[in-house]
Write a protein that binds this ligand. Structure first.
Ligand code: SAM
Length: 194
């Protein structure tokens, strides 16, 4: 177990038992700046709660549900929420995101984070189910492309396909990082009207 510091927050991380990447720091910073007062946010794949805690720390009027199916990540999310004194507004929930939303968080949120690029497409219906009326879904995907610029074009096609059933608009897109030769992680900020 080690401690990692980012943007004034402290995180206990265990790279053997849980996912953790310092390379998402710029994306976490971008995300915290998008949040407006009194938002209710569902982080479907929250891990040790890095995104969730940074958001809650910068925006004290927000509530964040941090879901993760890995019990070790959930335990560290609870510890990290306490370490950063946001335990009154970051709520770790251990379980499958699809089941947790279906059972507890339908129509609860203004914003949903989907930081599981390999599988996010399978969870789009659950993300939309979590929204209360119009809201924003941060959809992470891996795309194959010959350049960063072409990665955005590919990701736009992929995102529009993933949300084809829903009235939606892509407000912004960003290449988060290269994850392999000609493979990029891209995040799309998708406004969905439920
Ligand atoms: C790529 S990691 C992102 C973690 C965190 N958001 C971060 O940036 O550090 C994806 C996380 O999703 C969790 N996960 C995978 N499938 C899941 C599911 N069906 N429901 C909830 N969490 C899941 C994994 O345990 C892992 O912690």
């Amino acid at each position: 177990m080690t401690e990692y510091k980012e943007h004034g927050c402290r995180f206990k991380v265990d790279v053997i038992k849980t996912y953790f990447s310092p390379r998402l720091s710029t994306e976490r910073s971008r995300m915290t700046k998008l949040i407006t007062d009194h938002e209710i946010i569902t982080n479907m794949f929250g891990g040790v709660a890095t995104f969730s805690i940074l958001i809650a720390k910068k925006n004290p009027t927000c509530k964040v549900y941090n879901i993760d199916s890995n019990p070790h990540a959930n335990e560290l999310a609870l510890i990290n929420a306490g370490l950063n004194k946001v335990q009154d507004r970051v709520f770790p929930i251990c379980g499958d995101a699809r089941e947790v939303i279906n059972d507890q968080l339908r129509g609860s949120s203004t914003r949903v984070l989907m930081p599981l690029p390999e599988k996010a497409k399978e969870f789009v219906d659950s993300a939309v189910l979590a929204l209360k009326g119009k809201g924003v879904i941060h959809y992470f995907a891996h795309v194959k492309a010959r350049s960063k610029k072409l990665a955005i074009d590919e990701a736009a096609i992929d995102t529009n396909h993933a949300f084809v059933k829903y009235k939606h608009r892509i407000d912004a897109m960003r290449v988060v990082r290269a994850v392999g030769p000609r493979i990029y992680q891209v995040v799309s900020d998708v406004c969905v009207i439920v």
